[in-house]
Write a protein that binds this ligand. Sequence first.
Ligand SMILES: Nc1ncnc2c1ncn2[C@@H]1O[C@H](COP(=O)(O)OP(=O)(O)OP(=O)(O)O)[C@@H](O)[C@H]1O
Ligand SMILES: [Mg+2]
Length: 352
Amino acid sequence: MSNLVLYRKYRPQEWREVIGQEHVTRTLINAIKFGHIGHAYLFSGPRGTGKTTVARLLAKSVGCADLDLIEIDAASNRGIDEIRELRDGVKFAPSSGNYKVFIVDEAHQLTKEAFNALLKTLEEPPAHAIFVLATTEANKIPATILSRVQHFAFKRLSVSDIAEKLKKIADEEKIKISGDALRLIASSAAGGCRDAESTLEQLRVWSDKNIEKSDVEELIGAIDFEKVKTMADCLAGGAKQSIDYIAKMTENGTDMEAFAKAFVSHLRKILFVKVDGSLLNLMSQELTPEQMETVKSQSQNFSLETVSRAVKAFMTAQNDIKRSPVPSLPIELAAVEIANSQNSQIKTQIEN
Ligand SMILES: Nc1ncnc2c1ncn2[C@@H]1O[C@H](COP(=O)(O)OP(=O)(O)OP(=O)(O)O)[C@@H](O)[C@H]1O
Ligand SMILES: [Mg+2]
């Protein structure tokens, strides 16, 4: 067990271990409890949010034997043959227990013919069959299939939920890592748990000392909130401050492209607050309450016009970095442009 990669080793084996998907697990647990198990489910949602995990738990909970759990990866078996085989296999009774469970991963990759073959099966599934189609792209599933399945949309996991799980793993595995480092891993994982767990694994191999936030920054080029926050303050302070801070980051080896990306995302949050304070709730999964306060207070330093211009300028900068002779130059240019437009706006306000 110990040589398993972390994300496999810590795949939830019990319903209560699944984080962030209560809307799905509660419904399924009740369906099993009251004997209302459906024959066809669609699990959609971002990578690493628990679709395969929950499909396997469902199989386990209905007493499906290992032999009767059939997993098909539609990404590599796009063909109609596999689905035909599945359609034929479906007729045979389970080897033991009452159910056979078919998990079709990356279901959106099935060909049209394969979908048609599957549809026939979904129209009249035998009582012992349960289908779970899992996909990251629900919009690519044909309407004919959609109308025959119960659809569960998995959500991105919140930074604090991921960080909490990482903490448990780190404790269990005796990995010494700071809370700040765990949070940074979690916030760089874009709501997916697998990537976060893989990063933790990489860090364990990478450093045998106490793992700190700076290690995460160095290994995966993650950008800490402090950096984008400071940059936004500098931007409000003027061009000189901004360039000084960019120089400081360059000295410390910050990956400028990753920084530009993180800064665009920070500016976007400020933009949302400028448009309407309540829009910040869209970000509540990504930010701690303190960070939300920071975004709110920073939004007061910019006009709506400046922020929207800044989003564009730094997005362009992000794209230009690869081609730039000096990696920090596009960001410096964007900073000068925005800091100056901010200043001239303030001047006109004062003059008027
Ligand atoms: N909701 C969750 N609760 C706890 N752990 C999770 C959750 N989602 C994912 N994980 C962790 O991430 C790993 C991968 O999850 P899983 O295979 O279920 O993702 P998925 O949604 O099927 O992703 P993909 O779209 O890439 O197939 C699991 O083994 C587990 O360690
Ligand atoms: Mg999966």
